[in-house]
Design a binder for this molecule. Structure first.
Ligand code: SF4
Ligand code: SF4
Length: 105
């Protein structure tokens, strides 16, 4: 059996690829308490979207800590649950960003 090809299918297909869906941001994000972070890197292993970076990785391990890219964080809580030092807090994104703007702007 043969089906007639749908007219306009090519147009629809090209429209679908041309339209980018806006990126949905999670309601919650993870924040590292830098003073409590030992730089053990456990959280990096668990992050499913690879948004945790090790900083200060010089010769001195005491200076190591991690930073979380809040734009990429999906709020899954895995890093907070597996941090052996309980150095990660989950916060509601919007109030946190508003406070950060007030402090840093
Ligand atoms: S698991 Fe905790 S202590 Fe270890 S690097 Fe991540 S935030 Fe720091
Ligand atoms: S909450 Fe999830 S996505 Fe966000 S930094 Fe932690 S592990 Fe990564």
């Amino acid at each position: 059996m043969q089906f007639a090809s749908c007219e306009g299918a090519d147009t629809f297909s090209s429209m679908a690829t041309a339209t980018k869906r806006p990126k949905k941001r999670s309601a919650n994000i993870a924040i590292v308490r830098r003073d409590d972070c030992t730089g053990c890197e456990a959280c990096i292993v668990f992050c499913p979207v690879v948004c945790i970076d090790l900083m200060g990785a010089s010769e001195n391990p005491a200076e190591k800590y991690v930073l979380i890219d809040k734009e990429t964080c999906i709020g899954c809580t895995l890093c907070a649950r597996y941090c052996p030092w309980e150095s990660i807090d989950m916060v509601v994104r919007e109030p946190f960003e508003q406070r950060a703007e007030l402090v840093f702007m």
